[in-house]
Write a protein that binds this ligand. Structure first.
Ligand SMILES: [Mg+2]
Length: 203
């Protein structure tokens, strides 16, 4: 029998950079076709963002059939996912469908079916993460975190530590470094048990 979903205690989980290792796969493929004059791959780097040729190359890499479905699991995200399950959160995967890679939509769902079969998750693919309800958001990307907190000013965000979010700080956002799982657990319990409208200091 399917577990009854707890609609109050929803934890939202991002995929790329949170539960799956997008960067590892992009870097490996980029380096295979990199020539000596090309810059090193760096996530969200203007060197790549401002170069139509390099952007086109990234697009070709990501559009290879099966590319998204084969991404490896990212352990920090799974540490938090296991906590969410232990604390009885309903888990909703919240991911953005990249417009330039239509194959990502179906392959992300395939990835979830393969890698999260034992977790009883629901899936939301959204253009705007800020529209989606949850008590907790687990996401690595500051821009989406800010979008979500705009509508959930008392929400809790757990942010897996990544090179591109090093400088981002916010009183609702707890960075997970791989070494502070107990702190993350305490914050998640506070979020789970707080009453609607109650203001809580998470950490
Ligand atoms: Mg992400």
């Amino acid at each position: 029998m399917e577990k009854e979903q707890n609609h109050d205690n929803i934890a939202l989980f991002d995929l790329d950079g949170t539960l799956c290792d997008y960067d590892k796969a992009i870097i490996a493929d980029y380096n295979l076709i990199k020539s000596s004059g090309d810059p090193e791959y760096e996530s969200f780097s203007p060197k790549i963002q401002n170069s139509p040729a390099l952007k086109a190359r990234i697009k070709l890499i990501r559009n290879q059939p099966g590319w998204w479905a084969k991404l490896e699991k990212y352990k920090p995200g799974f540490d938090i996912l296991n906590l969410a399950r232990e604390l009885d959160f309903s888990i909703n995967i919240l991911t953005k469908g990249p417009r330039s890679s239509p194959n990502a939509y179906t392959e992300k769902v395939e990835w979830i079916k393969t890698n999260l079969a034992e977790y009883d998750v629901s899936i939301t693919i959204s253009e705007d993460k800020g529209l989606v309800y949850g008590k907790i958001l687990v996401d690595d990307y500051p821009e989406y975190i800010i979008d979500w907190l705009r509508n959930r000013p008392r929400g809790l965000v757990i942010m897996p530590d990544q090179a591109w979010n090093k400088d981002f700080k916010h009183e609702n956002v707890l960075r997970y470094t791989g070494k502070n799982l107990e702190q993350v657990k305490k914050a998640m319990i506070l979020s789970r048990d707080k009453k609607s409208g109650e203001i809580v200091k998470y950490f």
